[in-house]
Design a binder for this molecule. Structure first.
Ligand code: ADP
Ligand code: MG
Length: 176
């Protein structure tokens, strides 16, 4: 089956967060979200929404020095990586696979900022690419890769999208 990319326009930071909330409410244990996009494109904002959707009340901030933060108070554990300015060997030494294999750590949601720095990829994941658009809003391209093609991605695809994605804004109340 050809995987399809779903493109949504995010008019402001709360739209980015709402998309994250939707993902956090619906993602199954073992999901890996690989986040790509320039500095300031909204990766951390999306992960904060995922945390909210999971029911995590603790403030989620990028794990700059530790490279990974774990949050265990929600529906599922959230493992948040930020690989900005890392080298592949440094990332390999973290053994990121232990967070998605479900042996050493309980299966949860793994969210990885700067996922292009991963030396290897999980067998299944959701690719989330954020980019700037003119006017200051953001565009997000979502793609399910591997064995689980998640239903919510299909649901997102059925949302009213226009030729110009800037005309469409994501709102949690309508779409979750
Ligand atoms: N859709 C959006 N439109 C406009 N600003 C946004 C949007 N999403 C996030 N932001 C803002 O962009 C800034 C950087 O976001 P952040 O999530 O820290 O980016 P990153 O983690 O990719 O560096 C924050 O001030 C955030 O509120
Ligand atoms: Mg960030």
């Amino acid at each position: 089956m050809m995987a399809k990319t779903i493109t949504v326009s995010l008019a402001d930071a709360s739209s980015t967060r709402s998309l994250g909330v939707c993902l956090g409410q619906s993602l199954p244990a073992g999901s890996v979200i690989l986040l790509k996009g320039d500095l300031g494109s909204g990766k951390t904002t999306l992960v904060q929404g995922i945390g909210e959707g999971l029911g995590i009340t603790e403030l989620i901030v990028s794990p700059t020095f530790t490279l990974i933060n774990e949050y265990t108070e929600g529906r599922l554990p959230l493992y948040h990586f930020d690989l900005y300015r890392t080298e592949p060997e440094e990332v390999a030494a973290l053994h990121p696979e232990t967070y998605w294999e479900g042996v050493e750590f309980a299966l949860g949601i793994v969210a990885i900022e700067w996922a292009e720095r991963l030396p290897y990829l999980p067998p299944s994941y959701v690719s989330v690419c954020l980019s700037y658009q003119s006017g200051g809003d953001r565009r997000v391209d979502l793609l399910g890769v591997g064995e689980f093609q998640l239903d919510y991605l299909d649901e997102l695809a059925t949302l009213p999208q226009r030729d110009s994605p800037t005309e469409y804004g994501f709102s949690e109340s309508e779409n979750c």
